[in-house]
Design a protein around this ligand. Structure first.
Ligand code: PLP
Length: 415
């Protein structure tokens, strides 16, 4: 169910030929399919339609304003992890009562901004953070709605950098200490306990770790009920994986059925924070082949997109499929696809069978999540543009940065 397909050897996004885009727009650039974004959101959200729930799209996976606005119009709430992300969601007039604020290091300014904005809840990650929220709420004379993010110590069986629910990870509070923390929170005047939260990691390709985590949290919810602490929300985070290569993640329906079965007796409003599963396969990164070179060991295809544009391969050794924008007259070679950045870790693919031609263009698939949002200006490279395709129209939803943008905040100080 994605909208990137070939016709007569030419890659399309919906009804736009990518070659038409490369004629008009300087590479590299991201392209997103409106239809895929909409379908992915609706499939996820509809699979929970028979229970009380809020789907809070994880802004860090793709934070473009047009994309946030699309999800808002489909009824989405938002999971934010910074004041900047809150600012973005408010810019698209998101309903603050559908915004949850996660993250281990919320600053006093961010807490104040979120309290002032009347968000649904803070997912609190430490006792000290709780105290800080209470003090700031007192200053504003407001009650701060909170849940604790508990760390259920289950292994999500994903890449260590994106695993968050194990004891050795920095996230959440130890589940065995949670009752004590809830008691302390209950005694604070400007805190209102509303829920419980856990997020165990990203790119999970099995349902079992989610269910293990839910079971552990359910035990905790029972213990809390016994001491008179009743909750409204159970936030189980995001993390559902996608197919990059040969993964076989559960479908949103399978995921939903397993979860619904586990939580049906709870009578709480469920909160979900999906990111990757909604946007990853709704986007590609288009890049131009600059040069070929070979040595005794390897072929290299040198392209104009680097790790500053898309860091997942360099950072997580992530596999993302790379396909030609125009299959006609291509040759198949085995090569490393590398960028222009002065780092050996700057690659998009290693030892990959790939179809290429001189001066051709390539599309890196599954680039809609953690693509643009993790991009940087390393090597003083302007960040790429972002394009949204809807049927036979396209829209530039973020302009490519200019050299002036690169230095906009700098000063030459003569010292
Ligand atoms: C990153 C993150 C998500 C989204 O994770 P995905 O794997 O993209 O679904 C959700 N919740 C929290 C707290 C996160 O940090």
């Amino acid at each position: 169910m994605d909208s990137f397909e070939y016709k007569d050897g030419l890659l399309y996004c919906e009804n736009i030929k990518i070659t038409d885009l490369t004629n008009d727009i300087k590479t590299p650039f991201y392209v997103y399919s409106y239809n895929t974004l909409k379908n992915h959101f609706n499939v996820f959200d509809n699979s929970f339609k028979d229970i009380n729930h809020i789907t809070c799209f994880s802004v860090k996976s793709n934070s473009n304003l047009t994309i946030l606005n699309i999800f808002k119009n489909l009824g989405s709430g938002f999971d934010i992890v910074s004041g900047g992300e809150l600012y973005r969601t408010l810019k698209v007039n998101a309903d603050p009562k559908k915004i949850v604020f996660s993250g281990v290091g919320k600053t006093p300014e961010e807490i104040e901004f979120a309290l002032f904005s009347d968000i649904l809840m803070f997912n609190v990650e430490s006792y000290e953070e709780l105290i800080s929220i209470n003090e700031i709420a007192k200053k504003l004379n407001k009650k701060a709605p909170i849940s604790f993010r508990v760390n259920p110590d289950v292994d999500p069986k994903t890449h260590p950098y994106i695993s968050t629910g194990l004891k050795q990870n920095k996230f959440g509070i130890d589940i065995t200490k949670a009752v004590d923390l809830y008691k302390r929170a209950k005694s604070l005047e400007f805190i209102e306990i509303v829920g419980i939260d856990c997020h165990i990691g990203s790119q999970l390709t099995e349902v079992a770790p989610f269910i293990d985590a839910i079971k552990r949290v359910k035990n905790l919810i029972k213990d809390l009920n016994q001491i008179g602490i009743n909750l409204k929300y159970f936030d189980i985070g995001g993390g559902l994986g996608v197919k990059y290569k040969d993964e076989n993640p559960p479908s949103p329906q399978e995921y939903a059925n397993a979860i619904k079965n586990e939580v049906k007796d709870l009578n709480l409003t469920m909160i979900f924070e999906p990111g990757r599963v909604i946007v990853a396969n709704a986007g590609i990164l288009v890049t131009k082949i600059l040069y070929f070179k070979s040595n005794d060991f390897k072929n290299f295809v040198i392209v104009d997109a680097g790790m500053n544009d898309l860091i997942r391969p360099s950072l997580y050794q992530a596999y993302q499929e790379i396909i030609p924008v125009d299959k006609n007259n291509c040759n198949k070679i085995k090569a490393d696809v590398v960028g222009p950045i002065c780092e050996s870790g700057d690659y998009l693919a290693k030892d990959r069978e790939i179809e290429v031609k001189k001066e051709g263009y390539l599309a890196v698939r599954s680039a809609g999540a953690y693509g643009f949002t993790m991009s940087s200006n390393y090597n003083s490279r302007p960040r790429p543009s972002e394009i949204l395709v809807k049927d036979d129209e396209y829209f530039i939803i973020r302009e490519r940065e200019s050299y002036q943008d690169l230095i906009a905040k700098e000063k030459i100080v003569e010292v």
